[in-house]
Design a protein around this ligand. Sequence first.
Ligand SMILES: [Ca+2]
Ligand SMILES: [Ca+2]
Ligand SMILES: [Ca+2]
Ligand SMILES: [Ca+2]
Length: 410
Amino acid sequence: MRNFRFARQPLGNVQCAVIAAVLAFPVSVCAGDRLHEPVLIVANERPLDVGNTGNSSPFVADFDGDGIKDLLVGQHRGTLLRVYRNLGSNAAPKFGDYHLFRDGDTSLSPHCSMIPQLVDLNGDGRMDLLTDGGNGTIAWFAGTEAGFSQADRLRRADGSAVRLRWLFSAFAYDWDRDGDLDVVCGGAPGSDYERRVFVLENVTTDNRLAFAEPDGGIELPQLALVPVDNQMPVVADWNNDGADDLVVGNQDGSVVWYAGKVRPEGEESSRAFDAPKKLVPPWEEGGQRGPMARICVVDWNEDGALDLLVGESGPIFERKLTDAEQQRVAEEKQGQGEDLRQWSKAYQEFCEHASASDLQANSKDSSLVELRETLVKLRERIDARFLRANDLQEGNQQHGRIWLFLRKTD
Ligand SMILES: [Ca+2]
Ligand SMILES: [Ca+2]
Ligand SMILES: [Ca+2]
Ligand SMILES: [Ca+2]
């Protein structure tokens, strides 16, 4: 991931346009005294909104490797991940249409939320994608020359999948400072790690990515003072004092900051944190912004100070599709019909061929293997079309917008 913190440029026209566009949407959210009032991220000249069941989860990174940061937005429904390529610049991002990560991948559990982090998890020089994997697992897609591989689960040293009861979120960071990426997790209610942040240590050996059992949980001062459930911790040096801090998004829509204590020179002490400070207040009934603060800490406007992007599971609204979206739905439905016809033809051929051939020799029959592969590919394409069409529905839905809290620098 590129570091966007150090270039200093003034607010560009696009940023001003974002703020201007948002003035049309009255905002009643109070920010902490070091943050500006929030504005909504805009795509195609209207507020970006994943709709459906909301649960928007932002992450900023250079997805396509052109040196300009892009915006990834995970959502819950259909485990979809939107990729908005930045059509502007690093200091003044601008977004239009999105495409879906892996074009509507169906290899993940339908019960997981996409909470994306683009990071080189296995240290091979290519960006990988880390996300919630559903059912207490953590999924990752290894970056490859051609894009990304199918999802795999994070695994223990014995090869079994890491599975943690009611895990909520995962963020890769070298927590123990030994040069490899560990995974900092937030717990969900009802779990052993409720209201806790815990770490899975990277114990990779012989290039086989592996993680240890969770530690006992990080003792955070006054954690109980904030109504934290479903925490989403990220590690960042929020106050730029050289010590890693924890910035934690919470189910109630609040975001809190635990400043890391600066270690004395040369001392390898464990991590310690100051009492939390509230960066963003909880959501309010009847307010503009919803709960479920999934967060990304990034210097959005390249002024040298870290800013905050916050997703939501927002208020209900009636979604209407644009002409372009209606056109896409029609295309997906037509394509699905064609794919289904091809699938049933291939299936018939497969059955005829299989019954005529020696069962023992089936596995070596190259035309049968080919037919089987065709069937699998068609099935994947049909499922992906279904996901994409399902994402474009009208009617009452929850907002899933992205709120930008810019840092005050004066
Ligand atoms: Ca990698
Ligand atoms: Ca480590
Ligand atoms: Ca710090
Ligand atoms: Ca900034």
